[in-house]
Design a protein around this ligand. Structure first.
Ligand SMILES: N[C@@H](CCC[C@H](N)C(=O)O)C(=O)O
Length: 261
């Protein structure tokens, strides 16, 4: 049997997407998802998503990491599935859809390639030594550093992700370098178990943690550079809560095709 798929990327975080209203795939199958995401034996991607009907919403986003396991929220995946829904004609300029962490509002540009995605509010940022730990839909560790270009993110990320505190639940590890008028971020992702070119919930976590670190209160816009491009986070911070959080950036179709399943 053949399955029609679409490949999208948001700042280099790449996903295989299936319109499951048509395909009717039973996706509760880790080996199947992992094979599709494999860059040698499958299509290749950091994750896989299924767009499904959901009463009361424009659609439902079902997300899996490339290891085949269902995961918590994927911010860049959310932006890509919004671009996909727009390309299919399921939505026009705005949408309300359901993801694993609840309802999300998103706005898409006229060209259909720039997506602003509202993220969940955040009111808890913990400290781990001088580092920050928070949940922006997925769990994140944020470490401020310098000389980030020269660092081995795979090795440094793994040390934290697999230490005694985080090994069981897992955590995504973000290193950030303050470049003055922007932040440079690199992320080791749980469930991909490698560095990815971008992580949406990760850069969101970094922007919030940096606002707390710098004790900046008000309406904040944070430009971020990642290996795969540029993203922006805007939000309100009253000193306790972060709200009106938007993850903004490009989301584009790369190709589409059929694969034997
Ligand atoms: N790439 C994602 C994060 C996906 C989930 C993550 N791998 C996890 O398991 O927490 C993003 O853009 O947010």
């Amino acid at each position: 049997m053949k399955m029609k798929f679409y490949k999208y990327q948001g700042a280099g975080n790449d996903f295989v997407i299936v319109d499951n209203r048509k395909e009717g795939i039973n996706h509760h199958n880790p080996a199947f998802i992992a094979k599709i995401c494999d860059r040698r034996f499958g299509v290749g991607g950091d994750g896989m998503m299924f767009l499904q009907d959901k009463p009361g919403y424009d659609f439902e986003m079902v997300y899996y990491n490339s290891d085949g396991q269902p995961s918590s929220m994927c911010g860049n995946g959310g932006r890509c599935i919004v671009a996909f829904a727009h390309d299919l004609g399921v939505i026009q300029g705005e949408t309300n859809f359901l993801a694993v962490d609840g309802e999300h509002y998103a706005k898409i540009s006229d060209s259909g390639t720039w997506v602003s995605l509202q993220m969940i509010d955040v009111d808890v940022i913990k400290n781990d030594g001088e580092d920050y730990v928070l949940n922006t839909g997925s769990p994140h560790y944020v470490h401020l550093t310098s000389g980030l270009n020269q660092q081995n993110m795979f090795e440094e990320g793994r040390k934290i992700r697999y230490n005694d505190v985080y090994r069981e639940e897992g955590i995504n590890v973000n290193f950030v370098e303050d470049k003055g008028n922007y932040l440079f971020v690199r992320t080791y992702e749980r469930g991909v178990e490698d560095e990815t070119y971008a992580c949406g919930t990760g850069v969101t976590a970094v922007a919030l943690a940096m606002a707390k670190h710098r004790q900046t209160i008000g309406t904040i816009s944070t430009p971020i550079k990642v290996l795969g491009g540029d993203l922006n986070i805007r939000f309100d911070y009253d000193g306790k809560r972060f709200y009106n959080i938007y993850l903004e950036g490009p989301a584009k179709k790369v190709f589409e095709g059929n694969i034997n399943v």
